[in-house]
Design a protein around this ligand. Structure first.
Ligand code: NAP
Length: 498
């Protein structure tokens, strides 16, 4: 096996690095030995190969989740919570190795990868507790001899499909509430980043999650549609929870219609980041750097359109560009690196196309604008000024380290521009005018609004979007509702007198 890790490996690294799928409590290869390579985007080296499973294996995984469901569902919520708590503890204990794996397969700097692993563990910890608080209701009766009771039940087998940009936390955000609610899960991770998913399964097994309760089916880009079709059409799968692009979300939604499955969709975004004249400028610059360049700009909640009001536009552009020029680009295992490689060549191509399109329509390049000497998948952090709504960056997620600055004059104008998109995931604005804070927060058509704050995600708050950014919420007590069916019991014929 060729290994792509250059940083010293902790002792548990090899135990967590798996090259098999995890189905029905067993580590399995493809029956014909079909597999695909997992590549380190920083240097193009093969980390390992994993099975390229297809429809048959997805079917087997579902069948195992169906078999495991009654036992897992009947377990006391407290006991499921204890197992999840052990899973959390193991993830935290192995955070360094999990982060190294994540950084190696995905590219993000080690410190960021460690942050993701721990935030993913926080979801497991949070739902380990929340699973014990799935309360029902009694409703005042409409008949003297009857009682109206509402109970809550797990939806059943859940299919989860996750993206490459957060290979660890996107999994635990779905799997933890599903398991806490008493559901069983079949997970298909992204082709680019299956290793974090398999490492989580190693620890789930060690934590005592029974066979069949959590399954991981790895598949290549070419096999994803076949696996996805089984996951979205199998009658025993009762819910599909997907994080990824809006385009693929629509396909899965259409496929799920055939059996009317419950759906949670965490889809694409096109976040506006608005800085009003009244903002604390230093704080806004800092926030914009964090929001735009985290994960090399490859997050669904990344600032994609930075709107700056007239009065501070030039000063903001100067301070922001200075900070961007100072960002350190390099492989995730190098000390002090802030911006890693992009995931693949199409990602680089898209970034370049967005820059060329903007410049052709009059945008000014303040810094960056080309590939980086660190390697073929690295890109210079870039700032463009004088952006307009006609440019592609206005309409599409760039998903790369490119910040476009738009000038605006007044509040009404910027709200109109910010809402002029099919997406509605994250939005941000910076203002110290209290009236403006509430006016703008209420006017933005988004599932989440960061006000003087760029980092929104936390286990205890509802993460999700409106419009074409999706359906449902992850995190918080709202996040567990997505894995629960409500059942209404009407108990009649009760004698009113003894
Ligand atoms: P993607 O292409 O939609 O892929 C997401 C997942 O779907 C991957 O596992 C992919 O497998 C799989 N997939 C693709 N086609 C499929 C099909 N026909 N049937 C079943 N599965 C299929 O998205 P991505 O490029 O990995 O991720 C980036 C996108 O995710 C961005 O749009 C980003 O905004 C969004 N995102 C949203 C959130 C949120 O919380 N709203 C969070 C993170 C990311 P392969 O990898 O094998 O293609």
């Amino acid at each position: 096996m060729t290994t792509a890790v250059t940083k010293a490996q902790p002792a548990d690294y090899e135990t967590l690095l798996r090259s098999q799928s995890y189905i029905d409590g067993a580590w399995v290869t493809h029956p014909d030995g079909k597999n695909f390579a997992v590549i380190n985007p920083a240097n193009g080296l093969v980390i390992t190969h994993v099975p390229d499973m297809g429809a048959a294996e997805a079917f087997q995984a579902i069948e195992s989740a169906v078999r495991a469901f009654p036992g897992w569902r009947q377990m006391l919520a407290r006991d499921r919570g204890r197992i999840l708590r052990r899973w959390n503890d193991l993830i935290v204990a192995h955070a360094d190795s999990l982060a190294m794996l994540l950084s190696t397969e995905q590219g993000k700097p080690f410190a960021e990868a460690r942050g993701e692993v721990l935030s993913g563990a926080a979801s497991v910890e949070w739902f380990a507790e929340e699973g014990q608080r799935i309360y029902g209701d009694t409703i005042p009766t409409h008949k003297a001899d009857a009682r109206v009771i509402v109970t809550k039940e797990p939806v059943g087998v859940v299919a989860a499909i996750t993206p490459w940009n957060f290979p660890s936390s996107m999994i635990t955000r779905k799997v933890a509430p599903a398991l806490a609610a008493g559901c069983t899960v079949v997970l298909k991770p992204a082709e680019d980043t299956p290793l974090s998913a398999l490492a989580l399964a190693v620890l789930a097994e060690e934590a005592g999650i029974p066979a069949g309760v959590f399954n991981v089916v790895t598949a290549s880009l070419a096999s994803a549609p076949a696996v996805g079709e089984v996951l979205t059409t199998h009658p025993q799968v009762r819910k599909v929870s997907f994080t990824g692009s809006t385009e693929v979300g629509k396909i899965l939604m259409r496929q799920s219609a055939s059996t009317v499955k419950r759906l949670s969709l965490e889809l694409g975004g096109n976040a506006p980041f608005i800085i009003f004249n009244s903002a604390d400028l230093e704080r806004a610059v800092e926030g914009a750097i964090g929001s735009k360049f985290r994960n090399a700009g490859q997050t669904c909640i990344c600032a994609n359109r930075i709107y700056v009001q007239d009065g501070i536009y030039d000063e903001f552009a100067r301070l922001f560009t200075e900070r961007v020029k100072a960002l350190k680009v390099g492989a995730g295992d190098q000390p002090g690196v802030q911006v890693g490689p992009l995931i693949n060549q199409p990602a680089i191509d898209k970034v370049m196309q967005h820059i060329v399109d903007a410049q052709a329509q009059g945008a000014r390049l303040l810094c960056g604008g080309a590939g980086h000497e660190a390697g073929s998948l690295f890109f210079q952090p870039t700032v463009l000024a004088d952006m307009t709504p006609a440019m592609r960056i206005s309409r599409e997620e760039t998903f790369g380290p490119v910040a476009g600055l738009f000038r605006f004059h007044d509040e009404a104008e910027v709200i109109r521009l910010a809402n002029d998109t099919a997406y509605g995931l994250a939005s941000y604005f910076y203002s110290r005018d209290l009236g403006q804070v509430f006016r703008v927060a209420e006017a933005l058509e988004y599932g989440m609004v960061g006000i003087n704050e760029p980092l929104l995600a936390t286990a205890s708050a509802p993460f999700g979007g409106v419009k074409e950014s999706g359906i449902g919420r992850e995190g918080s007590h709202y996040g567990i509702d997505d894995f629960i069916n409500i059942k209404y019991l009407l108990v009649g014929g009760l004698s009113v007198t003894p």
